[in-house]
Design a protein around this ligand. Structure first.
Ligand code: CTP
Ligand code: CA
Length: 225
């Protein structure tokens, strides 16, 4: 149940939000990417600003209007996103990782465009793991009492997967979405459950991404006290 906040309950707070999706370059013209639009992260930024927070929005490959009053930091790759998040998190009261971070990147970046060769099959692409930013900022925290929130899109056993992931990452809250054919990616609306490390479970009914964002800030503000 979304509890609408009364007044600027995040005044004096610095919140950091990552949004969008990272792109991992193969050569100067190609990348591995994902379908994240950034809309949920931008909704988090708008609602936090409306509730009085100082907002740093780390935007990975988005094409959305800058939220009024937010400090927007554009990034491309997961490694760049990590740098920007770690820097901004140093003095943050809360960090919300809404960005879709590529789990892997090409092991090699070709400085010149990869060309076809006559009568030859393509070379396989070797991938290496990207850093897990959410796990890294969760333990140890940059500041005592800092609240860390992750997002997860799951299929199949959505809640059990979410619980396991929350524990593995070590964050305070994990917003779990069920993904399917037309759900979540690029959509204007969202439906989710916010799992708390304390065992709490806050369902958010199908509705605008602002409503989910406000529920996240309700929980963060309550935790910050
Ligand atoms: N995340 C991150 N760094 C990564 C991967 C994910 O910070 N390298 C963050 C995302 O921003 C999100 C959360 O972790 O807030 C969960 O992302 P998800 O892809 O669901 O988690 P993974 O651990 O990558 O699990 P999976 O194997 O299911 O993709
Ligand atoms: Ca992943």
């Amino acid at each position: 149940i979304a509890r609408r906040a009364a007044g600027p309950d995040l005044a004096g707070r610095h919140v950091v939000i990552s949004a969008g999706g990272t792109r991992e370059p193969l050569d100067p013209v190609r990348f591995l990417g994902n379908r994240s639009s950034g809309k949920q992260g931008y909704a988090l930024a708008r609602t936090a600003a409306a509730r009085g927070a100082r907002v740093t929005l780390i935007a990975a490959n988005t094409s959305l209007p800058d939220p009024a009053g937010a400090d927007v930091v554009p990034v491309g790759t997961a490694v760049e996103l990590r740098e920007a998040v770690l820097r901004a998190a140093a003095d943050a009261d809360a960090v919300v990782m809404a960005a879709a971070v590529a789990d892997f990147r090409p092991a090699v970046y070709a400085a010149g465009k990869i060309k076809k060769k006559d009568d030859q099959e393509p070379e396989p692409i070797t991938l290496v793991r990207n850093p897990d930013i959410l796990a890294e900022i969760s333990a140890p925290r940059a500041r005592p009492g800092q609240v860390v929130v992750g997002f997860a899109a799951e299929t199949d056993d959505v809640l059990a997967n979410g619980r396991a992931k929350l524990k593995r990452k070590g964050c305070d809250f994990l917003v779990v979405n069920e993904v399917g054919e037309r759900k979540t990616f690029g959509a204007e609306e969202n439906e989710a459950v916010v799992l708390g490390a304390d065992g709490s479970e806050t369902p958010v009914p199908h509705g605008p991404k602002e409503a989910l964002a406000d529920t996240v800030w309700d929980l963060v503000a309550e935790r910050l006290g």
